[in-house]
Design a protein around this ligand. Sequence first.
Ligand code: 13P
Ligand code: SF4
Length: 371
Amino acid sequence: MQTAVPIRVDYEQPGAAGACSTHQAWARVPAEPTQAERAALKTRIRELLKARNAVMVSHYYVHPDLQDLAEETGGLVSDSLEMARFGRDHAAQTLVVSGVRFMGETAKILSPEKRVLMPDLDATCSLDLGCPAAEFSAFCDAHPDRTVVVYANTSAAVKARADWLVTSSCALDIVRALKERGQKILWAPDRHLGGYIQRETGADMVFWNGACIVHDEFKAFELQALKAEHPGARVLVHPESPADVVALADAVGSTSGILKAAREMDAKKFIVATDNGMMHKLRTLNPGKVFIEAPTAGNSATCKSCAHCPWMAMNGLAGLAQVLETGANEISVDAALGQRARLPIDRMLAFTEALKAGRPVAGLVPNIGAA
Ligand code: 13P
Ligand code: SF4
């Protein structure tokens, strides 16, 4: 794999409080409410959602309470692609996004007229932290002949430099279409997802060198051993995982792809290499099946996350109730920046909608820097 930039590890650098940003995030994870507190908070949130004409949009990695409440109140639990689409299309004027900051920003870029609130605005992502806009812009300037394809897990400023946005559920289809049109690709920021897309499509790609602290920790050697302990188990892997882990997968996919595979595959046991927040939906939707977490431990383990994203974990019921009550933690995106950042997001949404409807997509792929 060609890597044109040094590794950025800002999330490991000491932050203002002297701790690295993952430790700071863990320190901000809200305490589990008691049963009585939980029930009271849920009741209050239901009332506030109605009173504020608001809808919840939650990711599969957040606390089960925030997933269940979203569904129960007419909101959505999904992967990052469907969160963006749902937020754009829903009539509610306030979106309450439980997830990480790029998800809230994407919702705001797609609906600048709506109010987008998040339980904690400091819930970020190692991919976003590891791809600062100025350095990324210089990387793009150094490769003017390449189509810039950026993963959703980035800031609005990075999106504003992109030709295309992708999520893990549509990256393969979009890069394949770009390759068919003779385009060479600049990919950022996740090196593992980028490597997977390159191996699958054979596209000509240069890579930013970022990683997800959760998926980067899955270990192939220990996964082999776990597979041997459970011979009938199928392995489901998110493509943000290292190549040697992906190589052991029976199915590779986004969070919604993993859910689909678990539902459709003819097996009773699964080993799952993704954030363990996913276990809630996997288990509730597949009551007869067993789901085992893929190993993050082992000789070389540093375990910053232990299979759970500290920033996703910062979302809680109390924070959600508070932002609905007060209107605090509103996402704002500069209007001009938002307009430019919207272009690659709109392209992705139009492409995936056409693909789903069986319409031709070639006309949706502009001729950017083609050889
Ligand atoms: P999905 O798009 O698969 O939901 O992934 C988002 C994410 O942050 C994975 O770590
Ligand atoms: Fe980012 Fe990884 Fe957390 Fe997803 S799980 S939000 S990619 S750090």
